[in-house]
Structures are given as structure tokens and as C-alpha cells.
Design a protein around this ligand. Sequence first.
Ligand code: SF4
Length: 425
Amino acid sequence: MGRELDTTGTFCPVPILKTGRIMKELAPGAKLTVLSDDSGILTDMPDFCAAHGHAYLGSSEEAAGVFRVSIRKKRDGGRTRALGLLSGGLDSTLAARLLQDQGVEVQGVHFSTGFCMVDHRRALSRPADLEEPERVRNQALKVAGEHTIPLEVIDVADEYLETVVLNPKHGYGSAFNPCIDCRIFMLRKADELAREQGIDVVFTGEVVGQRPKSQQRATLDLIEQEAGMEGRLLRPLSARHLTETEAEADGRIDRDRLWHAHGRSRKEQFDLANRFGVDDFPTPGGGCCYLADHNFARRIRDLVAHSPSGSIARRSILLLKVGRHLRLGYNAKVVFGRDEAESTFLAREVRDEVWGVHVTDGRGSFGIIEGAPDRTRLETAAALAARYSRQRGCERVKVDLIREKSRESLEVVPATEDELREWVI
Ligand code: SF4
């Protein structure tokens, strides 16, 4: 890639003069390869680069007595710029710090997928969470603020749901987590953004061998390849175990100052965290993505199995994160709040096509019924509402079936424990 200049048949000072002319035309950061059969080029060119502040990338012998020498034009301001996928976890923070430590200008990007547990906690506004602000803090923004990393947050939820979550080429992990497709998707997006903004390098906090599936060496290579970033994706924490990237080869990134973390022990990361004084970070693998949660996985599988069109609305995904879910039939599912915050949240979901169900005295979980329930399913939902109330021990309980503009009362026998088990998802 880059421009090529053939100076064969000419001798000192012509190759350097021609090089100088072309360098004036090139954009900052552009690469130039010079062919020369003057062996003096091997010393002249490094001297020329040193004098002008360009990067000397190296030489090879193309054919007998013909040398290929590569150089890169200096950048304005001279600093390499890198864009990192910033999750707010320790690894991506350390990767960013390693680059900052060698003078790289680091920026971050965080893709909002719609499956972040913290985002959901914020939506529910539970008093206990609000009293403990760390539980609802956006960790990527926190890290960006603490380490002076300009961060762009981009909502990709609709595209991510359709192309990654519902149709992953590489399948799922142990829950409903399409981690390989997820990484490929995010890297493509980051690469696009980097190109648009003229950023030199894209990096991640991945560590070779740290995760059983998505971070094995062969998988990391596959992800890089399918993201179209072969030789261009920097993984600073494990760089010394990986093939040299273009940015390391041409001197924009100093490979010797990158790290050598490997495997599941996080000792190397903790050493590095010590060095950079990073002592406040979320628990490793502390669970921040619903797709890796097994309860959520059961619910989304059930939703997919009961969506004949195969397409799923974003609102349905939102509801999967709330309450207890019970499937009453192909066309009827009921969801009950597990606490006051969830009941309040669900009560706001009642509309013409979504029924609400609640014990008439109001002292129980609020539920919603989705789908097209027949009379029997509605009565079953009412029996469940009675079960999830303070009157669960009574013989008969008054329950309201609620629509946006109407309300119907009926008396039911509370559902039994066995019935609950039969329907729970
Ligand atoms: S756990 Fe979730 S966010 Fe992380 S790689 Fe897997 S699917 Fe993507």
C-alpha cells in the first residue's frame, strides 16, 4: 500500500532528491516505498528520515542489487492517534493506559447494544441502586473521565439485535452470547469510525487465552480477519505474544512498551494496574451483558421460538429483563414484577394490546399479559396474580384484568406451586 518510487538507474543524490519532492506531495502519515540500485540508499534514507522527522520503516533486497526501502511521512503534531473499544473494564482501561504511556493520543468508543445490565438498572431506578451510585454508573464514561480519554458513545441496538444477536454466523456461547460475531461487529464499526476521523490505530483490551471461546488465539485471528483488520488491530495487553501489527512495524507504536499478558490468571493485569495506579475497577467477569446470563438466555430463546416472523421488537427485549416470566400458551405470556420498581415499570406497559393483571386490593405483584390470550389464559393469569399476592393462602381472591381504557374484576383460586413450575420460563 502507499506510493512507490522507482529510482533504479540513478545514483546519489537523485534518489533522495526525488524522494524529497514526493514527500512534499504526500499526506501526513502516508507511506512511500523507494526502489534503488544505489546501495548508498541504505544509509542515506535513514539519515534523510531522521533529518525531516519521517519514520524509516526498513529495507529489503528486491532482486540482486536492487533495494526496496520504505518510509512514512511524519504526521502533523507527530502523535500517533489510537481508537479503543472502551468497556469500562480493567483490560480496556489498561490497554488505553499502555498507549497513553508511550505518548499515543487515545480516544475511546463505546457501542450501546441494548443488553447492558447497568443501563437496565438505570431504567428501573430502584431506590437501592440509586443510593449506591456505583451500581448504576456508566463504567466506560467513568474510565474515560478518570484517564482523560475522549469517548464517543454510539447506539447500535437495532442493527446489533438483527445482525448479531438473532443471526450470528459463529453461533452462541454457553448462554445467548454471540461473542465472536459481537467482536467482529464492533471492530468493523470502530474501524469505520477510525478511518472517518483519520485515526491511525484501532485497539482492544483483549488478552490471549483469557476467555474460553472468544479469546483463544485462533479465534482472535479469525475475529481480526473477518473484521477486515488483518495486521491492523492492536491488542496492547497481549501484543508481545501476537504478530507484529503494521503500526508496530513502522514505528508508530513502540512494541517494546506493550505488554505480554496471557491466559486466565490476571496477575499481569493486576501488576500493570498497580503500575498505573488503577485501583477502582469492576470485578473481572462481573457480568455486565445480559446475553451471557443464563436466565435471560432462556427467556430470549422462548421469545424467538414464539415469534413466527423471526423478528423481535426492541421493546420485547426490554421486557425480557424485567420480572418473572411464565408461558401460558403459544400466544400468551405473562410477566410479573419481582419488586415495586418492576411492578411500576410493568404497569406503564399496559395498552390496548397488552393486558394488565393485579389483585384488586393492590397488595401484590403487577403483571402484564402479552400475545393474544383466550379466556382460559386470562383466568390463569389472574390465578397467578393471586398467587403473587398477600392473599395467596385464601380460597378465592378478587383480581382485576386491566386494559388501557377498561377494567374487569373476577374471582379466582390462587395458582399452586406445581402450576407455577409448569409455566415458568
Ligand atoms: S459478553 Fe456480550 S458484550 Fe461481551 S462479547 Fe459477548 S456478546 Fe459481546
